[in-house]
Design a protein around this ligand. Structure first.
Ligand SMILES: [Zn+2]
Length: 139
């Protein structure tokens, strides 16, 4: 199946330009360019031979070796080979997750800081928010 540029863009952006199985950075312009650096293909998370659809929520960017190597195992199994449980997050999602970590961190920090007196809550919130924001959104 051939995909138009718009669809490819959306599939690529969905995982922030990374292989959804191993997390390796892919090169958008090397779509279907076998042997090129960052070459990738569109992977059906639920394989078509097993009834998976061509709907975009079943499509992910994957490097060619991952796509071919996955065969008929589940996406979950293939990701586990690389110690991963989820697809890399899109840019927008990463930001959302970081912000929610920052808020959770700030609340926790403020709570911990309360025990150090009124000023402690503010300092604790600032530190907690920073740690939350810096935490890895893929975890
Ligand atoms: Zn890969």
């Amino acid at each position: 199946m051939a995909y138009d540029e718009d669809t490819l863009n959306k599939i690529y952006d969905r995982t922030n330009g990374r292989c959804h199985i191993c997390g390796k950075k892919l090169s958008f312009i090397n779509y279907f360019q076998f042997g090129r650096k960052g070459a990738w293909e569109v992977e059906h998370s639920h394989p078509r031979v097993k009834g998976g659809s061509d709907h975009r929520n079943n499509l992910y960017a994957a490097c060619i070796s991952c796509n071919r190597g996955k065969g008929t195992v589940t996406t979950q199994t293939a990701r586990a080979w690389y110690g991963r449980t989820k697809a890399p997050l899109s840019k927008v999602k990463r930001k959302e997750v970081r912000q929610s970590h920052a808020i959770a961190g700030a609340l926790l920090g403020a709570f911990v800081g309360l025990f150090a007196g009124p000023g402690g809550a503010l300092v604790g919130a600032a530190i907690g928010g920073k740690i939350g924001y810096d935490s890895n959104p893929d975890k």
